[in-house]
Design a binder for this molecule. Structure first.
Ligand SMILES: CSC[C@H]1O[C@@H](n2cnc3c(O)ncnc32)[C@H](O)[C@@H]1O
Ligand SMILES: [Zn+2]
Length: 418
């Protein structure tokens, strides 16, 4: 496949060059001028920006089903009064259709890879293969200190891992996913750490999201949440913690030393009134910070353009310092840092990298003129500006049309619900 004559955001330094991008199989093999390779597919990019696709490092795709259902309440009330009772009513088919809608929304906003933890994950895996995005999928474990529940959660996790191994797919990857230190026992967390080591699996967990969480963990264990993960044997470079809003200096330095990734979810943190992440401290301490939307019930979209903008604006207004975080740092969080956390050779447009690419038609009044492409992406672009999406060298959206899935059928399904 040849992407012809585009404005390419090239390499880790995001140099803007006019060039062609040649893709063979799942990889970018050449970037340069005047490539003539007799390609089967040639996409004219003369009015387009070619960028690495986004990595949504923390979401729950089926939660689009609960969009707008629990508004204006803090996390624990949100979970206990609204979300958990409604989730108990969701069956396999609901999860399948919810995941399809969520994945379509993610693709339309330039996301190529996502980390997802929820229930009935076999259905999310099916949707992932149908749409063609790259998913890191985990069964969300909650044992509430109950041994019987723990055993059942372990069985579910093992079953889902078997399912993923049998799929033998380039796109569907298994990840261990205990929910949080306040819903998982130390025994459960220890089991996850041991399996992560045996299986070589990545792990994701919610951590230090609210002040209340930190207080309750301190009350229960006399330690902070990060120390509990340390005690369980989870603090290493296979771990992605979602949120990390209330981390102390000591915890930040521990996460940095251990190579842990923090998936920052600004919209969710603002909407649930959870707090403001110490982004500058995390970045300056060398922590790999990626970006996630969280679920659509606490966001209320899965749009990574919007997430980048919110991440930046939140830091500027909270610190009263517009220079606190640069747009390119935010863009890197949304792309390369997520890819690094997942050990993917992608997240930048460069020879040898996976062809996980978003193509944006810049002939839009809200984008032009392109004085600073990174600033345009972080502050001006939005979901729907992605014309063409390529994942693992396959075209998912071409000229605004899905090539893999019947988008209209999915939309109709949800209109039928009204
Ligand atoms: C067991 S994983 C899925 C579980 O997590 C819930 N959830 C979604 N967003 C958040 C969040 O920001 N903090 C804590 N828990 C969250 C979701 O509703 C599922 O129950
Ligand atoms: Zn979450």
């Amino acid at each position: 496949m040849l992407l012809k004559n585009g404005l390419v955001l090239y390499g880790e330094n995001y140099q803007l060059i006019r060039a062609d991008v040649l893709i063979e199989g799942s990889r970018i093999i050449k970037v340069g001028r005047g490539i003539n390779a007799g390609s089967d597919v040639v996409i004219d990019c003369s009015h387009s920006l070619i960028i690495p696709g986004f990595v949504n490092a923390h979401t729950h795709s089926p939660m689009v089903l609960l969009r707008g259902l629990a508004e204006d309440v803090p996390l624990m009330e949100w979970l206990e009064k609204y979300i958990w009772p409604n989730e108990r009513k969701l069956g396999r088919r609901d999860i399948y259709w919810g995941a399809l809608l969520g994945l379509i929304e993610m693709a339309r906003s330039g996301t190529v890879t996502f980390v997802d933890m929820y229930f009935h994950m076999e259905e999310v895996a099916k949707a992932t293969m149908e749409v063609g995005l790259r998913g890191f999928l985990g069964y969300g474990m909650i044992d509430l200190d109950d041994e019987g529940r723990r055993k059942a959660e372990i069985r579910e996790t093992e079953k889902f891992r078997e399912f993923v191994l049998k799929l033998n797919s380039d796109l569907v990857n298994f990840i261990l996913a205990p929910h949080a230190p306040y819903t998982c026992s130390l025994d459960c967390l220890r089991w996850v750490a041991e399996r992560s080591s045996d299986w070589g699996s990545l792990v994701t967990i919610h951590l230090s999201e609210t002040k209340g969480e930190v207080e309750s963990i301190r009350k229960k264990y006399g330690k902070n949440p990060t120390e509990i993960l340390l005690e369980a044997g989870l603090l290493n470079n296979k771990l992605i913690v979602a949120h990390g809003v209330w981390l102390s200096d000591e915890e930040i330095s521990l996460l940095s030393k251990r190579g842990v990734t923090v998936a920052h979810c600004p919209a969710s943190n603002m909407k649930l009134g959870s707090g403001v992440i110490r982004l500058r401290n995390l970045l300056d301490s060398g922590v790999n910070v990626a970006l996630g939307t969280d679920g659509a019930a606490s966001n209320n979209t899965l749009d990574m353009f919007r997430e980048m903008r919110l991440a930046s604006l939140l830091q500027k207004v909270y610190s009263l310092d517009p220079s606190i975080v640069k747009s390119r740092e935010i863009f890197r969080m949304a792309t390369l840092n997520g890819a690094r956390a997942l050990r993917l050779n992608s997240g930048v447009i460069e020879e040898g990298k996976l062809a996980d690419i978003a193509i944006i038609d810049i002939r839009k009044p809200h984008i032009l003129p392109l004085n600073d492409p990174i600033s345009s992406l972080v502050f001006s672009a939005k979901s729907g500006d992605v014309d063409t999406l390529i994942v693992n060298g396959e075209i998912i959206i071409l000229d605004g049309e899905f090539q893999t899935v019947d988008e209209e059928k999915v939309i109709d399904k949800f209109l039928g619900v009204l």
